[in-house]
Design a protein around this ligand. Structure first.
Ligand code: HEM
Length: 282
């Protein structure tokens, strides 16, 4: 008998496509951030070391463009997946998808949960009964949407300046460099601190939450973390359809290594950025 089937079933939170897209996002974002910061902080000793490891500044630029292409691919695939879900789960209606109970858009309930969370943090209220997506998960999601729009569009201007200056004034390229560079710094700072804290370092998940890699979470954890979603699935009789066998230990261990590596690289980058900005800024 398969050893994994002797353990209790788990709740499936993410499907295979979304897990794959998230791993590709980690790889492309880290590559973009590492190669980009090597250019931005080229005056620090670390940038020299990193650029040598990456094959020189020119090859860092080449990796940057390659990773950017992967990121655009992730974005388009995600939009395609949303459209597929609209047809499959929402009778073809965007409106139903965007106003349904599992919407990614901010609603009044998110505001209530934000206020409830603040009260809970200071011990004056109970933990809100979060549903499928919490307000901080929605915020992280739209931060990426916004980031791809702003960083991606300015990145394309830097990549194809001759094309863009056919219809934009030349100074736009200078402005695009500043926006790209500063928004990239903001995105890197946000992902490697706030996003890491929200997902892995908050006390309920510390030190690591593997759900985005395995797609699965133990039922007891699901019930505690997202009680409203759990209750809705039980009430509608749909919980069973969302249960799945856990992965084998070897798979979980592999994901753990990938996740810790990403966490370590991100944290080292934050330290490098602080050092570059505070002690070596030019
Ligand atoms: C997603 C689409 C993106 C495209 C098309 C793009 C493209 C570019 C291009 C063409 C350059 C000019 C440097 C060179 O010649 O090699 C550049 C610079 C840079 N990129 Fe990106 N990039 C993208 C995303 C990102 C992301 C996600 C980050 C970081 C999180 C980032 C960080 C940087 C930084 C820090 C620089 C150096 C800017 C400076 O000189 O101050 N880029 N990018």
């Amino acid at each position: 008998m398969d050893a994994t089937k002797t353990r209790p079933l788990q709740f499936q939170r993410f499907d295979r496509l979304n897990r794959t897209l998230h791993i590709l996002m980690i790889v492309s974002f880290m590559s973009l951030a590492l190669t980009g910061m090597t250019l931005k902080f080229s005056y620090t000793g670390w940038a020299g070391v990193l650029s040598r490891m990456l094959g020189g500044f020119e090859s860092a630029g080449f990796i940057h463009r390659g990773a950017a292409t992967v990121m655009f691919g992730i974005f388009v695939t995600h939009l395609w997946d949303l459209n597929r879900k609209r047809r499959r789960d929402y009778e073809g209606s965007f409106w139903k998808m965007l106003t349904g109970p599992n919407t990614m858009l901010f609603t009044r309930r998110d505001l209530r949960e934000l206020v409830g969370s603040l009260k809970w943090f200071v011990g004056t209220g109970p933990r809100p009964r979060y549903g499928r997506w919490t307000y901080w998960e929605k915020f992280d999601y739209f931060a990426v949407f916004w980031g791809i729009f702003v960083i991606g569009s300015t990145g394309l201007m830097l990549w194809f300046p001759v094309f863009f200056t056919r219809f934009l004034p030349g100074w736009f390229i200078n402005v695009a460099t500043i926006i790209h560079s500063d928004e990239a710094l903001l995105a890197t700072g946000f992902i490697f601190t706030v996003h890491f804290f929200n997902t892995h370092l908050r006390p309920e998940k510390f030190p690591m939450d593997l759900v985005v890699f395995t797609g699965r979470m133990p039922l007891a954890e699901f019930k505690r973390d997202k009680p409203a979603e759990f209750d809705e699935l039980v009430a509608s009789g749909k919980l069973e359809q969302n249960l799945i066998w856990p992965y084998q230990q070897v798979v979980i261990r592999t994901y753990r290594i990938i996740a810790w590596t990403a966490l370590a690289v991100g944290t080292l980058m934050i330290l490098w950025i602080i050092y570059a900005m505070v002690f070596a800024y030019r």
